[in-house]
Design a protein around this ligand. Structure first.
Ligand code: HEC
Length: 153
């Protein structure tokens, strides 16, 4: 009758302390990261697109070859890069480009989900949506120069 309440009291104190030590630094780190990460420069943007292109090709090849483990890694990389692309256009306040970047992120996420669920129809749809986001944004905001390189418009 005497030690039980003490034990329960001790446990709830321990849980409270544990909850604090775990939750607070991670919340601070997340906030710190958001505040510190500046949008990409135009140069970094171009480099990101040059990584996105071969990864998108790799994703399509892996899907066709049913290399779903590697395909999932490609989809994750694309999602992360398109989040940087989204931040770039949000900073510039270009609404349609923000929309295309969001569509690309959603399509990369749908790709991951379809791969996990082994959903072939979902995978085809997600790939089409991703390709559509590339094209839509390029038509509106990418200009090909005479030397074959690209710039923003
Ligand atoms: C939200 C807009 C947007 C989306 C979505 C987007 N792009 Fe781009 N992309 C651009 C812009 C703007 C440029 C031109 C600027 C540049 O090249 O730096 C570009 C350039 C490129 C280039 C040329 C890079 C260079 O400088 O030589 C490639 C390749 C490319 N994109 C591939 C892709 C692929 C593949 C996808 C889809 C999987 C995609 N992009 C999705 C906006 C987008």
């Amino acid at each position: 009758m005497s030690y039980r309440p003490v034990l329960i009291g001790f446990m709830s104190v321990a849980v409270t302390i544990f909850g604090f030590t775990v939750a607070r630094p991670s919340a601070q780190t997340a906030a710190g990261k958001m505040a510190m990460k500046a949008p990409m420069s135009d140069d970094e943007y171009s480099k990101t697109m040059k990584q996105i292109a071969p990864t998108f090709q790799s994703l399509q090849k892996n899907n066709t070859a049913m290399n779903y483990g590697d395909a999932a890694k490609d989809a994750q990389k694309l999602e992360a890069w398109f989040k940087d692309v989204l931040a770039y256009w949000e900073a510039k306040k270009v609404d349609d480009a923000v929309g295309f970047a969001k569509a690309a992120i959603a399509a990369a996420q749908d790709t991951s989900k379809a791969l996990e669920a082994m959903n072939a129809t979902g995978l085809t749809d997600a790939q089409k949506a991703l390709g559509g986001a590339c094209q839509g944004c390029h038509t509106a905001h990418r200009e090909k120069l005479a030397d074959g390189s690209y710039k923003m418009k």
